[in-house]
Design a protein around this ligand. Structure first.
Ligand SMILES: CC(C)(COP(=O)(O)OP(=O)(O)OC[C@H]1O[C@@H](n2cnc3c(N)ncnc32)[C@H](O)[C@@H]1OP(=O)(O)O)[C@@H](O)C(=O)NCCC(=O)NCCS
Length: 232
């Protein structure tokens, strides 16, 4: 954190900084923010271009970059598959067999780990429906509870939705959820999934045993009797 009258080394060389402090809410946290009394353009060309008139905006961006966690997706490989197994054991009440993990290793972009500052905290695993190659099935999508509600579930689902959109050959994307999993139902509904079926006794060892099928139909136009993807 910068102290008043401290020196700040910026991309244009060391800059003597005079500052006054303010308090402001940054991403829900009360933080002390120092306003710089230096010519804006001396700090960083990129930031200056975005915010030519506000020193406070620059400081805000600077603090955001300092405090913002690094959240990213990575491939599942033989080197990290054990982390996926551990994660799934903690996140899901159902256990997955060796065949599941063998298939995941071959799923390419359809299986991803989510990292929070380089730590594995989430994962998504999908497969193409063996009975209907135009349907994508989400087998698992979840993150550790302390890391929920940070947009990580959305990041994983958006990755999969963007994959199916680019591929262009899928009619729908679907998954099963336990009847009482209101959080997951709300989450998927936000992305346009709908409950299309209830499967009684779907789960063997957990209660409730019934599951909803949540499905998102991918957008299609019908032109001259032929199915066509939007915009194609
Ligand atoms: C479902 C799950 C993946 C959501 O992940 P997440 O990272 O918390 O989700 P996000 O932060 O991206 O939330 C996106 C939106 O989903 C909805 N949502 C997520 N959690 C919610 C909750 N606890 N209550 C209500 N809505 C919720 C909200 O609309 C949220 O948007 P908002 O935060 O802007 O209001 C996560 O709760 C989880 O891992 N659950 C256990 C595993 C599971 O049940 N997976 C689903 C079956 S595969």
């Amino acid at each position: 954190m910068l102290k008043p009258d401290s020196h700040y080394s910026a991309s244009h060389g060391p800059v003597s900084v005079r500052s006054r402090s303010d308090q402001m809410i940054v991403e829900g946290k009360l933080m002390r923010v120092y306003t710089l009394d230096v010519p804006v353009k001396r700090l960083s060309t990129g930031i200056t271009d975005l915010h030519p008139s506000s020193n406070l905006s620059i400081m805000y961006l600077f603090l955001l970059n300092m405090t913002r966690p690094k959240i990213e997706l990575g491939d599942v490989t033989p080197h990290n598959i054990k982390q996926l197994k551990r994660l799934n054991t903690v996140v899901f009440p159902v256990s997955y067999n060796e065949k599941f993990y063998k298939d995941v290793l071959e799923a390419g972009e359809l299986a991803k780990l989510a990292y929070y500052n380089d730590i594995v905290i989430g994962a998504v695993c999908c497969r193409i429906d063996p009975n209907n190659g135009r349907k994508l099935y989400i087998m698992t999508l979840g993150c550790l509870s302390p890391y929920r509600r940070l947009g990580i579930g959305s990041l994983m689902l958006e990755h999969i939705l963007s994959y199916v959109e680019k591929d262009g050959n899928f009619d729908s994307i679907y998954l099963h959820v336990q009847l009482n999993n209101d959080v997951a139902i709300d989450f998927y509904k936000k992305f346009g999934f709908e409950i299309v079926e209830t499967k009684q006794h779907y789960y063997k060892r957990i209660e409730p045993a019934d599951a909803y099928v949540l499905q998102k139909t991918l957008r299609k136009n019908v032109t001259n009797g032929e199915e066509q993807k939007d915009g194609k």
